[in-house]
Structures are given as C-alpha cells and as structure tokens.
Design a protein around this ligand. Sequence first.
Ligand SMILES: O=C(CO)[C@@H](O)[C@@H](O)COP(=O)(O)O
Length: 235
Amino acid sequence: MLEALKEKVFRANIRLVEAGLVILTWGNASGIDRSKGLVVIKPSGVGYGELSPEKMVVVDLNGNVLEGKLRPSSDTPTHIVLYRNFEGVNGIVHTHSTWATAWAQSKLPIPSLGTTHADHFHNEIPCTRFLSEEETEENYEMNTGRAIVETFARRDYLSTPGVLVAGHAPFTWGKSVDDAVNNSIVLEEVAKMAFLTKMLKSDVETLPVYIIDKHYSRKHGKNAYYGQKETLGND
Ligand SMILES: O=C(CO)[C@@H](O)[C@@H](O)COP(=O)(O)O
C-alpha cells in the first residue's frame, strides 16, 4: 500500500544524508496520505544505507502498524501529534543537524536576524520548554509533540515551519515531505548564520518587522512575486 508515498518518504530520508543533516541512524522523515489517514515513516534504528522504499513503515493516526516488517521510528508519536494538530502539514522531518541542535541545547530561539531567515521562516524559530520528569517518563515522544504544539499556540506553524525541541534537536514540517526536507536544510543554514552573526555582534538587533514581512510575503501568499509563478503567463 501507498507505494508512491513510500518512494517519496524514502527519497526524503536519503536527502537528509545528502544534505549532511544526519549521521548514523539519527533523524527521520515521514509523509501522510490525508485521504487515508495513514503515515509512512522511516523504520527505527536502521542505517540510511540500508533503507529502501519497501522498508518504510505504514502507521495509522493511532500509531498502529498497518504494513511493514520493521518497527517504525521511535519518534512516530511526535510525528502523529503534529499531523493531528497541524492541518495542511503533509511531511515532517526530525534531524540532529549540528547548528540547529546547538541552538536547541541552548534553549534559545533562533532570531530573525536577516532576510535569508525571514524569506523562509518569517519570524523567530521558537524553542520548546523542557518536558517535565513525568512527561519524560511516560509517553515521552507524544509529549514532545504536545510541547511543540503548545509552543505554536500563538504562532503560525505554516509561516514558521520548524521548531527546536529544548535539549534535543529540531523538527521541521511542510506541505510535502520534500518541502519539510527543504525547511530542514534552510533551518540548519540560518542556525549557522545566526550563531556567527551573534559571534560578530552579541547584541545584534532583530531585522525590522517591515523587512521581515516584506521578504516573507514576496515569496509566500497570494501576493508573492518571487520565482516563476503561473500567473506571470496570464496576460
Ligand atoms: O531523536 C533521536 C535521538 O535522540 C532518535 O530518536 C532519532 O534521531 C532517530 O530515531 P529512530 O531511528 O527514527 O527511531
């Protein structure tokens, strides 16, 4: 079942290695078929070199394995919480990419210091709170998802498609699993840029809101004019 999605999710996981965002068995990517309410995700603890579309695991939104000989990613409950709460999100990626993970370990949000960040993530990329001892003991991965959703209670998860899990590492999402991978690539880049900028000037100011909004809106939304939109051909 879901052979085409398995292929897409497999390729997305391989892109994480090609982009230098994961090593060993760290990280995972998943995609959802919302018409069926089924998620395809990487198997747990399997090296990327051993992956294949056939090894992807199909789970429902209660975490039941519907197809696959291997156990799904240990982070599957986190992905499921995000799919359940973030409408319009069809792909999710988790990595331990170095620069973004350093920010997650600092518990600091990544500020919107430049147009590169604003283009892609609009405002700051937030960091969750630490989970409590109880939340860690019981249903850790589900509670990780809940802490992410809580962090976006007053934020737009579509215009800021990523988060730092405190003391852990980043998660990103998108309208497809490929889009989520792109967001992980950019997240790592802006994490590095922000770190280096603050090394140059520790009290650097955030970009003015009007520049942040300009850069984000010219790439996203109904008035976007960046790139080759189909409307350009409609004289
Ligand atoms: O987040 C961590 C390690 O802290 C791992 O769960 C994750 O990177 C990979 O786990 P899986 O192999 O997907 O179960």
